[in-house]
Design a protein around this ligand. Structure first.
Ligand SMILES: NC(=O)c1ccc[n+]([C@@H]2O[C@H](COP(=O)([O-])OP(=O)(O)OC[C@H]3O[C@@H](n4cnc5c(N)ncnc54)[C@H](O)[C@@H]3O)[C@@H](O)[C@H]2O)c1
Ligand SMILES: [Zn+2]
Ligand SMILES: [Zn+2]
Length: 372
């Protein structure tokens, strides 16, 4: 069928809305009419070239929800009209990682940025009108009015789910919340630093608060972000990571934070090093943010790692199991414990995607969301 979507033709570049040809669903696939998509910073990394992808043009978007419009032949488990939230990481259910409760690390993730079908790497679900292939971000491309995806990427949610908010569960909420609760293992009474209050960091703040942290110190150079963090559970806010480290030491008899979570838009080695200095002996630094993927090296003293037994952990989708955790977080939202409505600061049309990213750079949004 014909559809429209926002693509990057080359990197660095800007998202541009074009006409597209979309494949009908094959066996094991669904076609979905998109309802809403969040504007995550990772799609901006694709635009700047910080994250190179397998093929250009490349259709962006990996945080979305929609309504199943067609189900591939012999594809059980889904019906037309079902509401789904996509997981930006697929879960096959069979690999070592899926089988041991680490669905975020499913082996299918290896094909995430190639843009083609995971099981058929020269086959693309999207094409330009002239027939040239268009890559799909994370196999889903939520910046399209319609998209065809593997069932591994779709999590069915209840009929009354407000997808214009629940779309955030497809990346930012699980990533941020899980960075605190799962990867960081925040405990009641902890002192936690969250560096960078965007879509991811806002949810790390919520996760740390849910896990019972006594002090949640949110860091962001933008005043509006610091105010938003306070309404999401931050007990203190500062403009830089070194200030947060100082504050954490003042609460802990000079020791430092138990956990520091780095969710900065363009994460650099020095941000990780600053967070590393802010945690106590045996403290944990969780690195969730991404930057230029070719950059190597962290300016950290090996002695600080060795002698103070500090821990440094990466976090992908908050070390979550999306098939279980997307419904679980939705329950927290329904029960009034998890804030989603407050995270959506501006809604955009598909044609306004590039403006949405300008607003991200200007620090105007916690999360911008495209409404179809
Ligand atoms: N690991 C994962 O699974 C995963 C998933 C999604 C996104 N990400 C990455 O997480 C990062 C955050 O994404 P986002 O969508 O929340 O981005 P965002 O742009 O919405 O938010 C980033 C925030 O960092 C702030 N910031 C910039 N410099 C800072 C500094 N020196 N100290 C403190 N704060 C600073 C910005 O003001 C902004 O509020 C990105 O790098 C993104 O690619 C990782
Ligand atoms: Zn994301
Ligand atoms: Zn798997």
């Amino acid at each position: 069928m014909k559809t429209r979507g926002a693509v990057i033709r080359q990197a660095p570049g800007k998202y541009e809305v074009v006409n597209l040809e979309l494949d009908d669903p094959r066996q094991g696939e669904l076609r979905v009419r998109m309802v809403a998509s969040g504007l995550c910073h990772s799609d901006d990394h694709v635009a700047t070239g910080d994250i190179p992808v397998g093929v250009y043009p490349f259709a962006g978007g990996h945080e979305g929800g929609g309504i199943v419009d067609a189900v591939g032949p012999n594809t059980p488990g889904f019906a037309e009209g079902d509401k789904v939230v996509f997981s930006f990481l697929p879960g096959c259910g069979r690999c070592r990682w899926c089988a041991t409760g680490h669905q975020n690390l499913c082996d299918l993730g290896a094909g995430l940025l190639a843009g083609a079908r995971w099981n058929d790497p020269t086959s693309y679900r999207l094409h330009l009108e002239d027939g040239s292939p268009v890559g799909q971000m994370c196999g889903i491309s939520t910046f399209c009015e319609y998209t065809t995806v593997a069932v591994d990427s779709a999590v069915k949610v209840a009929e009354d789910t407000p997808l214009e908010k629940a779309c955030l569960l497809g990346c930012s909420v699980g990533t941020g919340w899980g960075s605190a609760v799962n990867t960081g293992e925040v405990r009641p009474g902890d002192t936690v630093i969250v560096a960078g209050v965007g879509g991811i960091g806002a949810n790390a703040v919520q996760g740390a608060a849910h896990a019972g942290a006594a002090n949640v110190i949110a860091v962001d150079p933008v005043a509006f972000k610091r105010e938003a963090a306070e309404s999401l559970g931050a007990t203190h806010t500062v403009a830089s990571i070194p200030e947060a480290g100082e504050l954490a030491r003042s609460f802990t008899n000079g020791q430092g934070a138990d956990v520091a979570i780095v969710t900065i838009g363009v994460t650099k080695g020095e941000h990780v090093a600053e967070a590393f200095s802010g945690v106590r002996k045996q403290g944990t630094v969780v690195v969730t943010g991404l930057g230029n993927v070719t950059e190597v090296g962290l300016p950290i003293a090996i002695s600080e790692l060795t002698l103070l037994e500090k821990k440094l952990k990466g976090s992908l989708f908050g070390s979550s199991n999306p098939s279980a955790d997307i419904p679980r977080l939705l329950e927290l939202y329904r029960a009034g414990h998890l804030k989603l409505d407050e995270l959506v600061t501006t809604e955009y049309s598909l044609d306004e995607v590039a403006r949405g990213y300008e607003d991200m750079h200007a620090g105007k949004n916690i999360r911008g969301v495209i409404r179809y």
